[in-house]
Design a binder for this molecule. Sequence first.
Ligand code: ATP
Ligand code: ZN
Length: 224
Amino acid sequence: MDSKRLRIAMQKSGRLSQDSQELLKSCGFKINLREDRLIAHVENMPIDILRVRDDDIPGLVMDKVVDLGIVGENVLEETMLERQSQGLPTSYKKLKDLDYGGCRLSLAIPREEEWTGVAALQGKKIATTYPHLLKRFLAEQGVTFKPVLLTGSVEVAPRAGLAEAICDLVSSGATLEANGLKEVQVIYRSKASLIQADTELYPEKQKLVDRLMPRLEGMLQARE
Ligand code: ATP
Ligand code: ZN
């Protein structure tokens, strides 16, 4: 890969892909995105778009393998806590909070159960994709729990007898509802975010970023 080209990592397919593509296009990027391609070249600027799973994006930025990344703060924060526990580098620069990808990470329990507060979760099994964020939140309340790690179908865990509660991303709450669960406690609010590797970029790359940021800010302001 040409190291003079600015590398931006974004989610290949999922909830952030469409909005991220549109944001870049509105900043003047001419992108030819073919479904099967990992890398897409921006035709009118020295920029390559890396299309990966969202979970990989914070690590790519923290390892300085890409220059910029667009990712949900939930994934960013969870990855940071995980890497901290592994002694891996965790630094990055936040360039901009974006105006999409809004969601919350919440605790939910079976609808029919009474909620008396987080203390009732002491020692319970909680299914989640975000064990570190959950641990940080519950530790602040003096609560310990048994994490049940699931990267998908978290909401079926209580019914399947795998856990007593879940901690999962919610936007409308329809998925919880459909699975007989109720949201009882928000533990983290998230939005998409543009981040940069914590390192000095090649001057040409930095100039490009400096040129793009006002455009991006203008776009975001116009949408407010
Ligand atoms: P990938 O295949 O890239 O790993 P994924 O299944 O982990 O995808 P998505 O469901 O596409 O991820 O969600 C990507 C991000 O979108 C989330 O991490 C979160 O920041 C944001 N998001 C916004 N609303 C929601 C929601 N209702 N549920 C889940 N994620 C949401
Ligand atoms: Zn993911």
